[in-house]
Each structure stands twice: as C-alpha cells, then as structure tokens.
Design a protein around this ligand. Structure first.
Ligand code: HEM
Length: 273
C-alpha cells in the first residue's frame, strides 16, 4: 500500500484555506527570476543575488532592532540579534561556494544581459553600511532615480548609527565620550572612546555587558570583512581585472573596500592591550 500522510492527519486540501505558498507569497518570489539570455548559468547568478538580498533584509531587520534595544539599555536581546546578524553574514559567506562553480566562460555568456547593473547599486547593502556607521554620502547618488530609496539612506545618515548608539550606552555607564559632530560620515578613531574600551577590556569582569557588546560588534565586522574578501576573490576568479558592470575598476575597487573599517576604536584598542 502507498503511504498516505492523510492517514496521520496531514491536511491535504487547501481550498479556501491559507497554505504554505500563500503564507510565504511563493508565487511572487518564484516568478521573480527573469533571465535575459539563454545562458544556463544566468539563473544561478540571479538567484544568488536575490537570496543575498533576502538575507540582507533580515540583517537590516535585526540591526535596526538591536540598535533600538541598545538605546533602551536592553543589551541581552541585542546580543542575540547581533549574533544572528553575524550568522547571516556567515550564511552569505558560504553562498560564495555555489557561485564559484561558475567559470569565466559561463559568466561571459550572459554578461551582456546585465548591462550596467551591479551589486554596487544594492541599496540594502548600502543601508547595512549606513546603519553600522560607514556612511559615504556619494553612495546615495546611484539611487537618486528612486527618490524613496535615496531619502531612506539620507534619513539613515541623519540618525545615530549602531556604533553611535553603543557609544551613547558607554556614556550612560559613566564614560566621558563626546558625541561626534557629524553623523553623515564614517566613524573615525576617537581617543576618548578607545580609552573607554581599553578600560573595559582590561577589566572584563567589571564591565561584562559592555565587553560582550564590543565583541558582538567585532564579530559582526569580522564576518562582514570575510564577505568582502570572498566577494573580491570570487570576482577575480570570474572576471580577472576587467572593469565592473557598475563602472568601477572592478577588483581594484573591491580591494580598496577591504580597507574599510567599521569600528576603528575596537580594532585599534587591540594593539594597546
Ligand atoms: C559573478 C559574480 C559577481 C561579480 C563578477 C561581481 C562583480 C562586482 C564588481 C566588479 C563590483 C564593483 C562595482 C562594479 O563596478 O560593478 C561589485 C560590487 C558589489 N557586488 Fe558583486 N559581483 C558578483 C556577485 C555578487 C553577489 C552574489 C552579490 C550579492 C549581493 C554581490 C554584491 C555586490 C555588492 C554589495 C557590491 C558593492 C560593494 C561595495 O561598494 O563595497 N556581488 N561586484
């Protein structure tokens, strides 16, 4: 006899009921892949980017909530969310293994279809950088044709970043650190903040929560850097030193981005401990 899951109570009819596909809006997600060439690998390329964007959406959701929790002094829930963000980055890191199965010959078959589109224009990626605190206002320009996106990035750049919120928490714990004058710039090293972190790292028992908070940020940045590194390595493997579809120098541009430091105080402090 063929096994019938209905015999164990599995629902088999969804007429007039919400099913799995309805809840997840799968029809829309699964119909959103539109290869523009006949190349077999274009589907991989599209799905790799789309899934990355979905994970970025979740990362932003968590980062936003973590920032709010830190602002309200609820550090334990924030730790959980920041751990999740680092795991998402790890997930995105593993995803490069799938993309790496595509050779330069295969990519070349559909490269023309992309036109000038590039991850460089990923507004969620830019938003992740902006929320963390790496704010380069020039990066808003590729979004000016979509005013609501440009405005969301501008509004984010006017808010305290995740790191600004962490520094405010340090201030609330008695450390003397002046707020930075401009929010719409990347974080620059601040001797007062570094001194505060040094005090915390020299006596973790006394400042355990702040110490843990710092390590969560370092974890996040560590995984994020690995993402950038994997990206540039994969890109070099696939397009060598050709220019990017977004118009930059390609690998040289991405290598330059490897030098970006989100939380300089937390990295510099390690030398002086
Ligand atoms: C065949 C695979 C890929 C190639 C050849 C490639 C190539 C490039 C290049 C050359 C750039 C520099 C900007 C430009 O001139 O285009 C770039 C930027 C970028 N790519 Fe990719 N990429 C690939 C896959 C991916 C995937 C799967 C993602 C995931 C979303 C991604 C996300 C990004 C992002 C966010 C940037 C901006 C980085 C920054 O400005 O710091 N890329 N990519």
């Amino acid at each position: 006899m063929t096994y019938d899951p209905a015999s164990e109570g599995a629902r088999m009819s969804f007429t007039g009921r919400m099913s799995y596909g309805d809840y997840l809006d799968l029809d829309r997600i699964l119909r959103a892949q539109h290869p523009l060439s006949q190349a077999h690998d274009e589907m991989l390329f599209i799905i790799q980017h789309q899934t990355s964007e979905l994970w970025m959406k979740l990362a932003l959701h968590e980062m936003d909530a973590a920032r709010e929790a830190i602002g309200a002094g609820r550090l334990q829930p924030a730790f959980k969310m920041l751990t999740r963000v680092a795991r998402i980055m790890e997930q995105l890191n593993s995803a490069w293994d799938v993309l790496r199965t595509m050779t330069p010959s295969e990519y070349t078959e559909f490269r023309e279809s992309l036109g000038e589109s590039s991850g460089f224009q990923s507004y969620q990626y830019r938003m992740i950088e902006f929320v963390a605190g790496n704010r380069n206002m020039a990066m808003i320009r590729p979004h000016e044709h979509r005013p609501e996106i440009a405005e969301a990035l501008l509004a984010e750049a006017a808010r305290p970043s995740l790191y600004d919120t962490v520094i405010a928490r340090l201030r609330a714990s008695g450390f003397q650190i002046a707020p930075r004058e401009r929010l719409d710039e990347p974080h620059r090293p601040d001797p007062a903040a570094r001194a505060a972190w040094a005090e915390i790292y020299r006596d973790p028992q006394r400042h355990w929560e702040l110490y843990e908070l710092a390590e969560k940020l370092v974890d996040f940045e560590d995984y994020f850097r690995r993402w950038r590194f994997n990206h540039v390595t994969t890109v070099k493997r696939i397009i060598g030193f050709k220019r990017g579809s977004g118009g930059t120098s390609g690998v040289s541009y991405l290598r330059r981005m490897l030098d970006v430091v989100l939380f300089p105080d937390l990295w510099e402090l390690r030398t002086e401990l």
